[in-house]
Write a protein that binds this ligand. Sequence first.
Ligand SMILES: *Cc1c(COP(=O)(O)O)cnc(C)c1O
Length: 372
Amino acid sequence: MIQFLDLKNINLRHKNSLLNAFAEVLNSGWFILGESVKRFEKEFAHYCGVRHCIGVANGLDALTLILEGYKQLGFMNNGDEVIVPSNTYIASILAVSKAGLKPVLVEPKINTYLIDENQIEDKITSRTKAILPVHLYGRLCNMEAINAIAKEHQLRVIEDCAQSHGARLDELTCGNLGDAAGFSFYPGKNLGALGDGGAVTTNNDELAEVIIALRNYGSHKKYENLYQGANSRLDEIQAAFLSIKLKDLDNDNRLRRSIAEYYTDRIQNELIALPCSKQTIIANLYSHVWHIYPIRVKQREMFQKYLSENGIQTVIHYPIPPHKQPAYAEWNSLSYPLSEQIHEEIISLPISPVMKQEEVEYVCKVVNSYKL
Ligand SMILES: *Cc1c(COP(=O)(O)O)cnc(C)c1O
């Protein structure tokens, strides 16, 4: 079976370094907010080109803490609105709800699956305080357009970088393309820990200071609490692992890109829509880090079964759009036709830095032989 994502072998590439890092943390006797977290925060801030990186417990908390930070600074109040894509992993939207704010959904573009910047302004009201673009599947949103809209309407831009570690727009790396950004280091992400982890990046000194307190019970000084904060800290052990894996992030992204290029070049089947053309890949080489390789096909179940019978594991990102989830019952009767179509047709082929060339070739062959 060709696995969708071979996490075991992805991490075994670093076996000795990871074991050494474990031993170092074990011998230090210090497990929460110590030197490993400080070091990783510095390295990741440097990697993203920002002044601040704050390690937190996961990607959902990273986004939630940014919004709560803005509330503490007086930029947002309960019930204010945040514009989010209707086509995303639900965490992007949950973060807004959890911070006591109101998510306002905007449809994606069918050719990129990313928030349609041309539909954002229609949704802006006097209560809109921020836009939360999600660089879904590893591809950067149109940040020039989004930042221009935000500037005109005095909104904050909060990037959801949970799937886009290392994606670049010219000289700038994501995490540095808005006012603040949330990252996830969930094991399956392009930069993944061996457990949960996350980070906020920003160039805003005040926001960074508030989030440093918010992640640790709202405290700057032990047993003094400025805010009703959370317990959302990046573990020392995970930070130590992440420092090791960060060194390979650019190379891993390069390997993902070469598989995406190969698929895009070789997959030819009229039943299948590819995520973009070869020309698009070449023209935007660094702005896509291919967290997944999503294709679209009608009667997806049959296709998935066919691949599985031929030894290829696939995953669906995601089967149910957020507005159709029971968790958001108030939206269930609303219609976001593009999101619904994407969620109905999308399916992700295997892609990872440890996939072998023969496997990539085999996937192309099997996909090309698919017929109804
Ligand atoms: C994974 C993910 C998150 C949440 O990250 P966790 O670490 O699992 O909390 C947020 N947004 C997107 C787009 C994601 O893919």
